[in-house]
Design a binder for this molecule. Sequence first.
Ligand code: SF4
Ligand code: SF4
Length: 135
Amino acid sequence: MPRKRFDLTFPPNQATKPITYHLVKDYDLTPNILRAQIQPGQEGRMLLEITGPKESFDAGVAFLEAEGITVQPAATDICLDEDACVLCGLCTAVCRPGALTMSAETGALVFDKDKCVYCEACVVACPRRAITLSF
Ligand code: SF4
Ligand code: SF4
């Protein structure tokens, strides 16, 4: 089943709308909120992963945009500059989902894409600026 991640920006008056309910009920899509920063009366942001039939994605995105929500493809990978990385492990300490770990066998930095929620904590934590997000 196809899976895509989207970065949603809500205008202040739309931030509490039950969009995930409508994606499930009306578009046969399964949304998974990976990250959200939503306060009533303020602009909101949400990182949303959607799984469902390929033909439903466009209709689901069109629904979100019709609701006044800005929909952009979310980051899909992180890039490591191996020349800059000194294997200090700081990024693994801030990675709450456990997507970044140090290999006990090789000492290498290991990235598990399926666990990453693209929170950017590792990008901020890295003293060498060795990690960037790509889209
Ligand atoms: S914090 Fe930066 S330098 Fe340290 S292990 Fe992670 S990527 Fe490498
Ligand atoms: S973006 Fe967040 S979840 Fe992904 S590797 Fe970095 S700290 Fe971990």
